[in-house]
Design a protein around this ligand. Sequence first.
Ligand code: C2E
Ligand code: MG
Ligand code: MG
Length: 711
Amino acid sequence: MREKRIIAKNIGFIIGTLIATITFFIGVFFVMSENMESRKQTLELETSNNVNHYNLVLHTIFHNILVIETYVNTVGIDNITQESFDDFVEFINFEGEDFVSFSIAPSGIIEFYYSKDFGEGLIGYDLVNDEREYVRTAVEYAIDNKVIVVNGPFELIQGDKGLVFRKPLFDEDEFVGLINFVVDYDLLAESFNSNDAKTIYTSIYDENKGIVFGDAEYTDNIHYYEKIDLEYVNWSIGIQISSEFDRSEILKSAYLGSGFTLLYLLIMYLWSNYYFKTRALLSYQNTLIKYDNLTSLPNRRLLNEETNQLIEDGVPFYLGFGDLDNFKNINDVLGHTIGDQYLSFVAKQFDKLVENNLRIYRWGGDEFIFVFITEERDSIIAKLDNIFDIFKTPFDINGSKHQISISVGVVHYPNDGANLDELIKHADIVMYDIKAQYKNTYSFFEEKYLVELYQKIEFQQKLDDYQISDFEVFLQPIIDVKTNEVKGFEGLSRLFDKDGKLIPTFAVIKRYEQDGKITNLDKHVFHQICKYLNHINKECEKEYFLTFNISPLSLNNDYIEYLRRTVNSYKINPKLIIIEVIETLGFKDIRISIELLNKIKDIGFKIAMDDFGMGYSSLSYLAKLPFDIIKIDKSFVQTYESDAFNKTILRTIQEISETLNLETLVEGIETQKQLDFVLDLGTNYYQGYLHSKPQRFDEIMKIIRKEEAKK
Ligand code: C2E
Ligand code: MG
Ligand code: MG
């Protein structure tokens, strides 16, 4: 699935890139072809314009020369007089803006001269023997080859630059004279490069003489040349694209090209930016979804995905469900921030163990899941040992050392469960079994756990055979630690089966809670407590208090009302009754809890916080909730010797309780040593097998009588 998505994403990227690339090339092609096309068109237009113009201008010039030649031939070169010349000039109307002057030079010496602007400045010049070499050689060339030559451009005596067309005249092959026709070079040049004078140069090229007009050399760079049909000359017209034109054209293309390249790069950049950002965002979201915030370990979601994949692929694996032992205490005593640091630290250590066939996930809270993708038990045991090695050395958190352990239940797929739910359920059973016994170890799932599970189910069915009235209420003495006097008793439910065997109380209570029958039981117990108290009060001078347990599910207005009515009907001083509450999720809404507990206190009852240090209880509740007594869970006193941390917790609880004026009671005192410790701790009361187990009321009465006798 994931791969498909990645492929789809990549295809998206490739298509995007392709579109951008095609756009780029189309753009470049379009600009280039447009550019080339327009360049070609400009050139062709310029060329034909220029050729036409040349033809026109040159024809005009040659036409004028022809007119002069006709005049010379008609009059006879030797017969021309100043008078006839003046008549001719007057008669003729020379065409062409660029016309400057013309002269007639019989035998090469200028005798007749006509200029638009000036007088006869050049009369007498011997062109055949002119001191200026370029004049001389041109004239020689014209005579030798019987062609019109062009001289110039050069500075004219009238000023400006001129171009001189010289036509030799012959009489039966004998040179008789020259006609010189002068045009304004600049005017001519200007008129040739009408459109784009800067970029196109035009030249007239003579096959023999080379360039006769214009600046461009006759080279391969001449893009176009065309023969000009003239009588005497063998000329071509060439049009060259100047290097300036080339450069600017190229620059234009380059600008456009780079513009498109930039556009292309921009598109690519924006596209890839968008693409990679989206991808990065997606993968970040993926990470957020599939990885735990606190520890960065993969979470349930990824566990589900990956194990389901293994199951789908038929890959057998082992799954370990691990729960840190007594982690709650860290949170309670050191606070949640330290607790979180602790979890991150543990996770970091776990992360180091992760490899191809060992994956580690955070299931939630202090629970972790290990997936071993192997069938070799030895290898799993080695890996489990590595996990437990992490916990061998105390963790250093904010400078103080903490020893903690983990319990892990291990199951096998497919032997111990067909899907993840079943596997976790079974691993959980194993893990809880370990916790109930020794903690700090691991165990593999066995049939016996299933048997236990089925027994539980059977047990539930069995419970249905009993009614509330079948329950007895046993009492367990509560003793003053300092004086060793019995001060009160805790009422505990007892249910015996048909054979007189005790059905485990805790299991019954849990079942009743699940079935919603617990409040009825709690009412029944309270009735018994009231009865017992009346009895004790009648018989004894000394006042004893009785405590009893209510389920968090019973902590509601109805039940409190019931307590009030009942205590009134028995006419009992509610001060002698202590109601034990335990923390569960019920305290989550602390406002409601405070309200309900205050109602109980208003009636006159006292309240004890039971099993403190277990489950969800927190030190912060001690200050917030209206407790009179704190009952410290038996697990503490039973482990303080082996667990130094628990000892610290006990001291902390005691200190806080003293500060808050609360009395303390330690449960589960079984040995004198434990009692000594509790004495040293400064606890007010204790309860435990050392003094007495919970017993039937008549047995308790014996104890009371003994106590009475002590006085
Ligand atoms: P709890 O209120 O903390 O009661 C103390 C438990 O510790 C009792 O277990 C008692 O028999 C046991 N105990 C006392 N001294 C020692 C000792 O020295 N060593 C050991 N190992 N255990 C000792 P029990 O009677 O099995 O009750 C279990 C829990 O069930 C109680 O814990 C209480 O939370 C709940 N419970 C009992 N009766 C009722 C009831 O009528 N209503 C409700 N809602 N809960 C009840
Ligand atoms: Mg209790
Ligand atoms: Mg308790």
